[in-house]
Write a protein that binds this ligand. Structure first.
Ligand SMILES: C[S@@+](CC[C@H](N)C(=O)[O-])C[C@H]1O[C@@H](n2cnc3c(N)ncnc32)[C@H](O)[C@@H]1O
Length: 479
């Protein structure tokens, strides 16, 4: 019941919030997992009452609550390294930071960011993603990549790039699924774009990589994935992936981790929401008294929208990093050929107020113990489309379509049927559950287990979009 409330009252709860236990399955025992749903609580409001723009109020940074700790205080502080770091930035800058800067530090600060030092996925972690739900997800993305490669004229050498590969499960399933198609796998050089050293290690294990011994100094270390005999390299950014080869880019749940700026409409127009420190040394939101640099992106985003879309909103989120990344990616595809597949949860339009924090499969306050919870925001697919089209005349954008339509058109129904032919009862249940979570909508009608574990389908909440070089025509399954 609580779960229903969650989706009805707070439809921004889009990550899979679940517990997970691993069962052996078919040929790929280690990856396929049985997932049951937990009961996430309704996300707490992010305490912004003091931001409400009463007509009598002027909007300004509320400095009365600024923390001014005594310079030589010997009070022991229980703040984490990241909290100290965030407070340090606010203090030394003499003012609040944007929500985007906060989000970026919280997720990817090189010392203490949420993603940097640990495995945050699965039952023991904080949330679960589609590749961890079922091997079929990576396999279907592999079908998409192979079809695009065909449309590209089966080039002999291709860069296959994954942005934010998590545990490396999607790529491992893609390679296992494609391993019989030697012409395809032999053409690939895999590039994993990952900022977290801990996750890079996990990806190395998932792809069953062996390191090459004879790499010369100054050249990135290369590994070979024994899953399909393909070379693999790791990079911190997309810009570091070598240019000059046709490229297929996969971004699953990557865009939602990119930092968003939040704006609130008041009597003075749009003001950026910022984060400051109160006297009792806790974080709180304030509004910027004057336009901030990110306002340029807000204006750009609003120009792409129809006036009606913006008029009804009192809050807007914009993601400059998503716009810039899309532009970089579209230019590369425009020049080198190939295409990109973006799958995430989001909207095909302006996003209002979607930023959420998830810790141990439960929603928590965004400002609570930063670094210990994932932060993610809806992806604005319309903005991605505009950014790509603006960046290159040589690319076309397709979708978004729902994940359910996307996986259905690529043949997930046939795949699940084939897997069901040869499995135990327990495995069959895991397969059906995983299938439903990927393509279903709401609670699984076939579920006979405990009510609190009913699998929730996310097939209409996640969307897929493709950006391809126009030479490739329309990609499957967007025709
Ligand atoms: C939500 S997880 C998704 C993981 C994986 N795609 C999946 O579906 O299981 C986000 C991934 O992006 C990585 N990441 C987040 N921000 C990044 C950045 N700015 N640069 C590179 N990697 C980043 C994280 O470390 C993590 O691997």
């Amino acid at each position: 019941m609580l779960r229903k409330l969650l989706f009805r009252q707070a439809p921004r709860a889009y990550r899979f919030l679940s517990t997970q236990s691993t069962l052996p399955l078919l040929s790929k025992c280690s990856v396929f997992s049985y997932c049951s749903s937990s009961r996430p609580e309704i996300p707490p409001s992010n305490s912004i009452e003091h931001l409400e723009d009463q007509p009598t109020n002027t909007i300004s940074i509320d400095r009365s609550g600024l923390c001014s700790p005594p310079e030589h205080s010997h009070e022991p502080s229980s703040d984490s390294e990241l909290v100290k770091h965030l407070k340090g930035i606010i203090k030394f800058r003499g003012g609040p930071i944007s929500v985007a800067e906060y989000m970026e530090e919280v997720l990817t600060n090189p010392k203490a960011g949420f993603y940097i030092n640990r495995d945050v996925f699965g039952a023991e972690g904080d949330f679960i993603t589609s590749p961890e739900v079922s091997q079929m997800f990576g396999e279907m993305v592999g079908v998409w990549a192979m079809c695009l490669w065909e449309q590209m004229g089966q080039p002999k050498r291709v860069n296959l790039v994954e942005l934010g590969p998590g545990r490396g499960t999607l790529m491992a399933d893609l390679l296992r699924g494609a391993s019989k198609f030697k012409n395809f796998t032999e053409s690939l050089h895999i590039h994993m774009v990952e900022c977290s050293p801990a996750l890079q290690k996990l990806q190395h294990q998932s792809l069953k990589c062996m390191d090459e011994e004879n790499t010369s100094e100054g050249v990135d270390k290369r590994s070979l994935s024994t899953l399909a005999g393909t070379p693999v390299s790791w990079h911190a950014t997309l810009e570091q992936v070598p240019f000059g080869l046709p490229t297929i880019i996969i971004a699953h749940e990557f865009y939602d981790a990119l930092p968003v700026h939040q704006f609130q409409r008041g009597s003075r127009g749009w003001c950026e929401k910022m984060i400051d420190v109160t006297e009792d040394s806790s974080f709180h939101f304030v509004l910027s008294p004057q336009p901030t640099p990110a306002t340029l992106y807000l204006m750009k985003r609003c120009k792409w929208a129809v006036p009606k879309e913006v008029e009804k909103l009192n809050q807007i989120e914009v993601c400059p990093k998503a716009m810039d990344l899309t532009s970089t990616l579209a230019k590369r595809i425009g020049v080198d050929g190939g295409g990109a597949l973006i799958i995430d949860y989001g909207l095909n339009g302006v996003v209002s107020d979607s930023l959420q924090a998830i810790r141990k499969h439960k929603f928590v306050n965004i400002l609570d113990n930063p670094g210990s919870a994932d932060l993610s925001a809806y992806v604005d697919f319309a903005s991605i489309k505009h950014s790509a089209e603006e960046a290159s005349d040589d690319v076309s954008v397709h979708g978004p379509v729902t994940q359910s339509q996307f996986l259905g058109s690529l043949g997930i129904n046939f795949r699940v049927e084939a897997l069901l032919q040869n499995c135990t009862d327990e495995q069959a249940e895991a397969l059906r559950t995983g299938y439903w979570r990927l393509v279903g909508d709401g609670e699984a009608p076939f579920w006979e287990g405990p009510e609190e574990q009913v699998p929730i389908g996310m097939g209409t909440r996640y969307m897929a979009m493709a950006i391809v070089n126009k030479k490739q025509g329309i990609p499957i399954p967007f025709q």
